[in-house]
Design a protein around this ligand. Structure first.
Ligand SMILES: Nc1ncnc2c1ncn2[C@@H]1O[C@H](COP(=O)(O)OP(=O)(O)OP(=O)(O)O)[C@@H](O)[C@H]1O
Ligand SMILES: [Mg+2]
Length: 363
């Protein structure tokens, strides 16, 4: 069986590539599919999130450079149906090593073509930036998914990522399909909605219907080293990841149908949720005493990525300015109304203030 290989890629950092990869993998498994996750990031976040320690002996580095066979590097996870080709910290030095090799952009596709992985899906978690590793991922994938966070500070990644995908399609991998753009860490502000609408109007049906909401349970799950779908299957983010996985499978079914292939059906959603709850009870984790501080730090880090390196007061000021722009209000008109109100209040003097207080029930 030849698996459907999908790369999760955006050149921007911190916009939920790893969260999308690990949750897509566990949800696919919950729906009865078998999955191999390839962690191409030396940070090893998806390796850790799937319960594997990146200090293990062998990983992607050894596969690429040491010519160790895939089955020696592959690790099972506690989530039935999910295996990992893990990242180890040595992966950080791979760029230099690979640049010494010939045809280094196709190392992964050669390995995957020569190996019987015996699974339905391969999900590749890419590092941020367009280095040799993401190029390898895109060169070997059937499809790519771009997670996008629609804030003025985070969505520029899409503008840099689309040309890179085109570059790979024109040279290395003509069959690479942009399966879709997924909105992640969606904070439902008016500005976010506007950016979403703009991207949807430009890219049409390429954008998935499902949007993953911003949900602190995801950060708690990452701290507990679990995908949010296992850590909190009822949470808003977990439910959205389940919706997304269904949409992803449906798109794959119609892509396959166009070339006359049939994809086996998936388990019903209730059964998928039952599996997630089973994994949750088998892997119950408490976050520990320093957990609150770590959660706060991660939330602040996320805020900085979404809103830039600004203090809380600056963000309030920015939000006010956006409010005026969004509502087409003129600052001058607003200040004038405030001034008239103030003069009227002063004009009325203490007597006016007393009457107002009475009117409001404070008298
Ligand atoms: N829907 C969400 N709601 C709230 N926080 C989220 C959500 N998705 C991801 N996060 C948090 O945002 C941070 C970045 O997520 P993640 O590590 O998945 O991004 P990434 O694109 O893989 O980052 P990198 O480029 O560093 O590899 C993490 O702290 C994660 O827990
Ligand atoms: Mg990541």
């Amino acid at each position: 069986m030849k698996p459907y290989i999908v790369a999760i890629f955006n050149q921007k950092g911190g916009i939920s590539k790893t969260t999308t990869s690990t949750n897509l993998a566990v949800c696919l498994a919950a729906f009865g599919k078998s999955v191999v996750v390839i962690d191409l990031d030396s940070q090893g976040d998806s390796t850790k999130s799937l319960g594997i320690d990146p200090k293990i002996k062998q990983g992607i580095f050894d596969l690429f450079i040491g010519h160790v066979p895939v089955h020696e590097v592959m690790v099972p996870t506690v989530f039935e149906g999910v295996r990992v080709l893990p990242s180890t910290y040595s992966l950080a030095g791979i760029e230099i090593k690979l640049s010494e090799l010939q045809n280094s952009q196709r190392t992964l596709s050669t390995i995957l073509a020569q190996t019987e992985l015996d699974c339905d899906y391969v999900v590749i978690d890419c590092p941020p930036a367009l280095g040799i590793l993401p190029i390898n991922a895109l060169a070997s994938a059937h499809a790519v998914i771009i997670p996008v966070t629609a804030t003025p500070y985070a969505n520029d990644g899409l503008l840099r990522t689309l040309p890179s995908i085109k570059y790979v399609q024109e040279g290395l991998n003509k069959n690479l399909l942009l399966q879709g753009v997924l909105f992640t860490i969606n904070d439902k502000t008016k500005t976010t909605r506007k950016i979403n609408e703009l991207i949807r109007s430009r890219l049409g049906g390429t954008v998935y219907r499902t949007e993953i909401p911003r949900d602190n349970t995801v950060i708690e799950a990452a701290t507990a080293r679990l995908p949010v779908c296992v850590y909190g299957p009822k949470s808003a983010a977990a439910q959205a990841h389940l919706d997304f996985t269904e949409e992803f499978i449906d798109r794959h079914v119609s892509i396959a149908a166009k070339v006359g292939e049939t994809i086996a059906g998936r388990l019903p959603r209730e059964q998928a949720i039952e599996r997630l709850f089973r994994w949750q009870s088998q892997n119950a984790v408490s976050i520990g005493p320093d957990g609150d501080e770590r959660l706060r730090q991660k939330r602040d880090q996320l805020d900085r990525m979404l809103y830039g390196d600004r203090s809380r007061a600056e963000r309030w000021h920015l939000a006010l300015v956006h409010f005026f722009i969004d509502n087409r209000l003129s600052l001058a008109a607003f200040l004038l109304v405030m001034l008239i109100g103030l003069i009227a209040l002063l004009g009325a003097g203490f007597e006016g203030a007393r009457r107002l207080a009475e009117l409001l029930g404070f008298g």
